[in-house]
Design a protein around this ligand. Structure first.
Ligand SMILES: [Zn+2]
Length: 239
């Protein structure tokens, strides 16, 4: 193919722009913030499940505590009633004895209830601590994710702008060469990916490293300065 030194320089500059694009795309893909954000989301999900369990336990414990409170309140009322009945019984000894037994029963149950309620209060206090810990951990994960997201936006934005700039550079360079060369570059790029151009160096294609026999080399030189590698089909600069 016909090509001036300026055409060749432009093709190599387009190739450099494609390399830059590839590197920036890779950097964009591999930004560490992606993994951090993903890990934050997983952590949050696990924590939310834990929080749901804590909430369920709290609800159940509070319900138990409230039932005991109700029972104790009703026993307290009953106790007052029995005491009044004992006072009213006066000299009715048998009646007073039965009532006193009843009062003992109420007293025992209320003592047991007081112990259980104190235990439940301690449990509720522990549950409250767990809630606080979970809320603090969630807030930390939120802050981590927000920081990673912000930094991802900044670095990602910078890379995207760099990619757009390199794409513009490549198009500018391809716009400066003959249509035949630009087409050859684009078609090869489509089929071969980022590495489009090689040089014939010491009888080998500079990209695929395949050795080219001397007869074939003479043929390639007749097509100089730009031809195709007979093996990998990339553009080959023959000087
Ligand atoms: Zn080759």
């Amino acid at each position: 193919m016909q090509a001036t030194p300026f055409d060749i320089e432009s093709l190599l500059a387009a190739q450099q722009a494609d390399f830059d694009i590839m590197h920036m795309m890779r950097s964009l893909e591999e930004l560490p913030q992606r993994a951090i954000i993903l890990s934050c989301r997983q952590k949050r999900e696990a924590m939310q499940q834990k929080v749901a369990k804590i909430e369920a336990l709290k609800k159940e414990t509070a319900k138990k505590r409230s039932r005991m409170n109700d029972e104790d309140a009703s026993l307290q009322k009953k106790e007052a009633g029995v005491q009044a009945a004992i006072e009213a019984a006066g000299n009715d000894y048998r009646n007073a004895e039965a009532r006193t037994k009843e009062l003992d029963g109420i007293f025992r149950r209320r003592t047991a209830l007081a112990e259980e309620m104190a235990q439940l209060d301690a449990e509720l206090a522990k549950i409250g601590q767990l809630e606080d810990q979970a809320a603090a951990a969630l807030a930390e994960v939120d802050a981590q994710e927000a920081a990673a997201t912000e930094s991802f936006k900044q670095e990602g934005g910078r890379l995207k702008a760099g990619i757009a700039d390199a794409e513009r550079r490549r198009e500018e360079r391809l716009g400066a060469v003959t249509a035949e060369l630009a087409d050859a570059y684009r078609t090869t790029s489509k089929h071969m990916g980022t590495v489009v151009i090689g040089r014939l160096e010491e009888g080998r294609c500079g990209v695929c490293r395949a050795g080219i026999d001397p007869g074939r080399q003479i043929e390639l030189r007749s097509q100089a300065p730009v031809t195709f590698c007979p093996i990998c089909k990339r553009l080959l600069i023959v000087e």
